[in-house]
Design a protein around this ligand. Structure first.
Ligand code: PLP
Length: 437
């Protein structure tokens, strides 16, 4: 591989990083030394120097669930390069361009039919902010200004900016520091777990009761469909999504699905809402949208929501990110979606699912392991204790794999292009991390 930064000194880089660079969810300076990545190709990260006997790591995280097709994919590289020769960016106010229009039309085409309009933004959290703004403004615009709260179930995660934080799990989450400051939303209990479990009658009654009680003040229900991701990697029955759709219709509440983690095949269907054959009023996508190349997200909504907002006292959606519709990101997003749909992606995800059921299934009964669960290209091992992150990471790196365990979870969301041999290696590493962490 070519050296991307000829002549740089790794020790110096690490020292500068420690001195100046803030990393996600960390203190300043950081307590753990981050590994220095020099380049990446296929499913492998190449380190600038050896760590625990390894210079290359199979990426079991797909760069926070985004890099579906792996790194330096020739088709995606070419999409960015080709666009670079035309323009890397122009403002989106008063101007438009092919990559953004093509991407928006494509998103409308592949998502549930009622979703017809697309607002592009730079990150998942911002797409959730936009979704919330849409819902609150919708009810203001149609003359029901009291409907300004949100309702969600516990155990969710919707991002790190202010409004999304207010609908993250209020207890287990990373944002409990701000309780009392954040907008106070309405929380239902977490959905009972198990993808295959029959919907629980008592829980359905609970949902109905909470929604009915707050219907006059609630603008929207927002949930992650089928899989609650960063809130605890928990799966639930798609039946609850059908229940939510019915309750929202009965009580005049909008329904928002946050598919930032589940979109683009991760759970085995292109979007997780398809497990329930239900369409939300508003949908957020992000993460894998650009195949892990550039930061972009989108908020889709129905014509009813768009017309409601546009007929209001302030008939505009007052939002406009500087880099809205970025042509480089939109081009690579189009290429990534086309690439995904041009293959037997369902077959590939089935292959990963089967491989993880075999590879991780062996961990059932291991001391310290509480649960093993797999859905689509998501493999989760839940421990009966909080993971020792340093020890677990070290154990995975020794196996030649990059994992990022959190709380009581060691999990993998591999790139879809991971071959069977590399997948087996990831499963071994999850096992090692679960035993040693
Ligand atoms: C990651 C994530 C977000 C936030 O996206 P960012 O791009 O990190 O802002 C929101 N919702 C869900 C479900 C996510 O997994």
């Amino acid at each position: 591989m070519p050296d991307p930064m000829p002549g740089y000194d790794v020790a110096e880089l690490r020292a500068l990083d420690r001195q100046h660079v803030w990393h996600p969810y960390g203190p300043m300076p950081g307590r753990q030394e981050p590994l220095v990545v020099e380049s990446a190709s296929g499913v492998r990260l190449r380190l600038a120097e050896e760590a625990h006997g390894q210079r290359e790591l199979v990426d079991g995280m797909a760069s926070w669930w985004a890099a579906l097709h792996g790194y330096r994919h020739p088709v995606l590289d070419e999409a960015v390069r080709g666009q670079l020769d035309r323009m890397s960016h122009v403002m989106f106010g008063g101007l438009t361009h092919e990559p953004a229009v093509r991407l928006s039309a494509k998103l409308v085409e592949i998502t549930p039919e009622p979703l017809q309009h697309v607002f592009l933004s730079d990150s998942g959290s911002v797409s959730v902010e936009v979704a919330i703004k849409m819902c609150l403004q919708y009810w203001k615009s149609v003359g029901q200004p009291r409907k300004q709260r949100l309702l969600t179930w516990r155990g969710g995660y919707h991002g790190d900016t202010w409004q999304p934080m207010s609908v993250c799990d209020p207890d287990g989450g990373m944002h409990s520091l701000w309780s009392g400051r954040l907008p106070e939303q309405v929380f239902a209990d977490a959905p009972p777990t198990g993808y295959d479990a029959e919907p629980d009658e008592a829980y359905v009654r609970h949902l109905r009761e909470v929604i009915a009680r707050h219907a006059d003040e609630v603008a929207a229900v927002i949930v992650e469909p089928v899989v609650q991701n960063a809130g605890g990697m928990r799966f639930h029955s798609p039946g609850y999504l059908r229940v939510l759709r019915e309750l929202c219709d009965d009580y005049g509440v909008l329904l928002v699905f946050d598919e930032i983690a589940t979109g683009f095949g991760r759970t085995g269907t292109l979007f997780a809402s398809e497990h329930a054959a239900v369409s939300p009023d508003v949908l957020c996508v992000g993460k894998a949208l650009t195949g892990g190349y550039l930061s972009m997200a989108a908020t889709l909504c129905t014509t009813r929501v768009a017309e409601g907002i546009s007929s209001g006292e302030v008939p505009v959606l007052a939002h406009g990110p500087t880099y809205m519709g970025n042509p480089l990101a939109a081009s690579v997003a189009c290429a990534s979606i086309d690439l995904l749909l041009s293959q037997d992606w369902q077959g590939e995800i089935k292959r990963l699912e089967t491989g993880m059921r075999d590879g991780l299934g062996e961990l059932v009964g291991t001391p310290g392991v509480k649960d093993v669960r797999v859905l689509g290209a998501i493999g989760v091992v839940q421990l009966d204790h909080d993971v020792d992150m340093a020890a677990a990471t070290r154990a995975a790196v020794r196996e030649g794999v990059w994992l990022r365990p959190f709380r009581d979870l060691v999990y993998t969301m591999p790139p879809y292009v991971t071959n069977d041999e590399d997948l087996a290696r990831i499963c071994r590493a999850v096992g090692a991390a679960a035993r040693e962490g």
